[in-house]
Design a protein around this ligand. Structure first.
Ligand code: UT7
Length: 326
């Protein structure tokens, strides 16, 4: 009988742009305050890409570090998946650009656009390839330059987002590993969080004064996010017949500290069991979960064999989770 295969995390990496934009910096050009941003979101500062720096540049930094920490070279990677909603180009995909830069072999490479849930969606896809025996080592990246899609005059969005990339290498193993992943979407809420231009619709916004920028009905998104994340953590625990008290760490999407606290409360977890980066990174969309995971591991807090719950929620709406033994 062949043994069951699991996808184990064998390496992680990260990349953040050098430029730090603080809440005080924002106060200088938009009608906001450090106090409002901290109280409503928990964000103190975020990173912003330099002129000419792209999503693929950040992805490359994170991917190289993840491969190095896994002890794997370019020829060892079977498949590359990049979660991003801010690709360098319309096509080729950022994954194809990254594959070339990393000198990977000609295994598959593709992007997943599930907005802020992109990395957990990509992780879910990678898990299926490893479980089925179709791939041995998969590089999964979440990389974004969301600040390229901001209207810096819109205080409802421009204070929230930042740039960055995180990556993991998943390797086939007979011990767990990812225990389960769960992905969902509901396109009925498309209008609550969107960038309202595109290739086939055209690059001219419907509203004459709008630019190519993120628009969000934050308050409505907030309510749906809290409820939906509450449901998916229940679903994940039930699917594995695991009690919330068995969880060691929550690694949540980093959109808002109040949303993170609501999920932790539902799981009856102390905040010292939650990896928080939103204070320093803001919302980095698909990069936020792998950045938090990398930080938790490299700071020595997350230890081998501990039980981790990853979750994300974003535009679409999309939402996703993964339960794994590190
Ligand atoms: O990652 C993808 C998923 N995204 C999310 O999960 C984000 C979910 N939403 C949120 O995190 C929160 O809704 C926000 C942080 C976006 C907004 O917080 P809120 O507590 O829901 O505020 P609000 O939108 O209800 O606005 C409250 C007030 C309004 O003023 P009035 O109408 O009460 O006078 C806003 O105009 O705060 C005002 N406001 C601001 N004031 C200062 C909105 N943005 C700002 C700002 N600075 N940046």
């Amino acid at each position: 009988m062949t043994e069951r295969l699991y996808a184990r995390i064998t390496g992680t990496g990260h990349c953040l742009p050098e430029k730090v934009l603080t809440n005080q910096d924002l106060e200088a050009f938009v009608d906001t305050s450090d106090q409002w941003i901290q109280e409503r979101t928990g964000i103190r500062e975020r990173r912003v890409v330099a002129d000419g720096q792209t999503t693929c540049d950040l992805a490359e930094g994170a991917a190289k570090e993840a491969m190095q920490s896994a002890g794997l070279g370019p020829d060892d990677i079977d498949l590359l998946i990049v979660g991003t909603t801010t690709p360098d180009l319309i096509f080729p995909s950022t994954a194809c650009l990254l594959q070339h830069r990393l000198g990977l072999s000609d295994g598959g490479a593709f992007d997943v656009n599930a907005a802020c849930s992109g990395f957990v969606y990509a992780l879910s896809i990678a898990d299926q390839y490893i479980r089925s025996g179709s791939a041995k080592n998969i590089l999964v990246v979440g990389a974004e330059t969301l600040t390229r899609l901001l209207d810096w005059g819109d205080r409802q969005t421009c204070v929230l987002f930042g740039d960055g990339a995180g990556a993991v290498v998943l390797s086939a193993d007979t011990s767990p590993g990812i225990l389960s992943t769960h992905i969902h979407a509901n396109g009925a809420h498309a209008d609550l969080l969107k960038v309202d231009v595109g290739v086939s619709r055209g690059f001219l916004p419907n509203e004459p004064r709008a630019g190519i920028a993120v628009s969000m009905k934050g308050n409505e998104v907030f309510k749906v996010a809290v409820n939906t994340l509450g449901r998916i953590v229940d679903e994940t625990l039930e699917a594995n017949n695991i009690d919330r008290s068995e969880l060691d760490w929550l690694i949540p999407h980093q959109a808002n500290l109040r949303i993170i606290k609501a999920t932790a409360k539902k799981l009856q977890m102390d905040m010292d069991q939650v990896i928080v980066t939103v204070d320093r990174h803001g919302n980095t969309s698909a990069a936020s979960v792998p950045l938090a995971l990398h930080e938790g591991i490299t700071s020595g807090r997350i230890k081998r064999d501990q039980l981790l719950l990853l979750e994300a929620f974003g535009g679409g709406f999309t939402w996703a989770s993964a339960l794994l033994r590190y």
